[in-house]
Structure formats: C-alpha cells, structure tokens
Ligand binder design. Structure first.
Ligand code: ZN
Ligand code: ZN
Length: 246
C-alpha cells in the first residue's frame, strides 16, 4: 500500500497548501483519510476526483472536514457527466449524531458509521479505530493492507499511553505534532514533538511522519526534537510526500 500526504497543516492551510488529508492507495483503490481545507484543489493535481472511492473522517473539526462537502459536490458533477457511476462513500463516527447526519448526499455520496469495537473492511483494507483524547470526539485509525502492512494515524490527540498497544509494531505512524518540545500541548488537546516521538518509540513503529504542523517555529526543529526520543526513520509531512510499504 502507498500513502501520500495531501495536507500537513493543523488549524488552517499554509498558502497553496492544505490541512489534514492522506491518500491511501492499493491497486486501483483510493481512500482519503480526512478531508481538510484545500484538499480538493490539491488532490486534482495528480488524481481524478471521480477515482476517489471513499473518505474516512477522524472527527468533525474543520481542519479535518472542511472540504468534505466540496468533494461531495465534485461527485454530483462527475456522476451527472457520467465520469463515474460510483457514489462517494464517507465513513465517520456517530458520537456527534448531528454532524454525522450532515454527511452523505444520496445518490452521490453515502455515509457509513464506524466504531472502535469492530474492524471495518473498506475495499482491500481492514480499518480499526481507537478513541483519542481531544476536545471533540475523535478516532485514530489503523489500516491493515492485504499483505499485512500496518499504518496508524493518530488523528488529533493528547499524549495518551492507551494508544501504544493500538499502534504497536506499525510499519508507519502518522502522528500529529502540533507543538514544539518545550510547549505543553495537552491543554489544546494535542501533542508536542517529544510526545509524538515517545509514542513511536514505545510502539516500536518502523517509520514516523510528523504532521498536523504548527504555524510557528521551524518545522525541521520538530524533527530534531523527535530524534531525541525515537530511533527510527522520521519524515516531516509535506504535500506529495509518499511512503510505499510492500
Ligand atoms: Zn486538527
Ligand atoms: Zn481536532
């Protein structure tokens, strides 16, 4: 499976860029993890919007769902122009029933609920979910490929050791990293570089992508700080960064 960073910013996108979104691919299947601000514009540079099979949303904060309505509109256009006959499938949690009900636009898009009790098969992947500690209900997700590679995405979370068994031995961890080491991220419901790296180290994951990046400081500093606590390979999220696992 292959994963490509589409949006790497927290809160709001940097100029010409996007907030949280990662494109997961295996064969012909394309699934977007989160769909933040600026994503639909950037996605089209390398992908036909009609080729996106599904979106899995971690939570309903704007920096993770800002473009979901717009992506649904693109499917209305694409289906009416016979570019595809496949509705967009949107997977999300139902802890916020009102927000969930606003997803979907039949027959162009259809919403499905996930939970953290049972795995969910989406195309060739098996997804499982872990509720995070965050001001809004939010779920981290683990994706297993047909050849048993594992990607874990923390979504938004405070440092929480209950995450460690969930991400244990992942081939890749995409971790939020909203603050620098010396800053206390917990009051904001987020993690700093040390906490992201500590999760990766304790979970013995093979590679780490630092993402959901802050609008202050120098991002390379986040990598330097994380390297003090995690011994594996560290990537800084940037639009177009791709990691292939096979
Ligand atoms: Zn966020
Ligand atoms: Zn959030």
């Amino acid at each position: 499976m292959k994963i490509t960073v589409i949006g790497s910013w927290g809160a709001y996108p940097g100029p010409g860029e996007a907030t949280s979104a990662y494109l997961l691919e295996e064969g012909e299947t394309k699934i977007l993890l989160d769909c933040g601000s600026g994503v639909v514009s950037l996605l089209q540079k390398d992908h036909d919007l009609a080729s996106i099979d599904a979106v899995v949303l971690s939570h309903y904060h704007h920096d993770h769902i800002a473009d979901i309505g717009i992506l649904q509109y693109s499917r209305v256009v694409d289906m009416n122009l016979d570019r595809t006959d496949q509705p967009l499938h949107i997977y999300a949690h139902q802890d916020d029933e009102q927000a969930f009900q606003q997803l979907g636009k039949k027959p162009y898009a259809e919403a499905f609920a996930y939970n953290d009790e049972e795995p969910l098969i989406i195309g060739p992947f098996t997804f499982s979910f872990h509720k995070t500690t965050h001001p809004a209900p939010c779920y981290g997700m683990k994706v297993q490929s047909p050849d048993d590679k594992l990607i874990v995405y923390t979504a938004d979370t405070t440092y929480d050791e209950t995450f460690i068994p969930f991400l244990q031995n992942a081939d890749l961890l995409i971790s939020e990293c909203s603050f620098y080491e010396k800053q206390d991220a917990a009051p904001y419901g987020h993690m700093n570089s040390k906490e992201a790296a500590t999760l990766a180290e304790k979970g013995q994951v093979k590679q780490l992508i630092l993402s959901h990046l802050p609008h202050f400081g120098t991002h390379e500093q986040l990598v330097k700080e994380a390297a003090g606590y995690y011994t594996g390979c560290i990537h800084l999220a940037k639009v177009g960064l791709t990691v292939t696992l096979n």
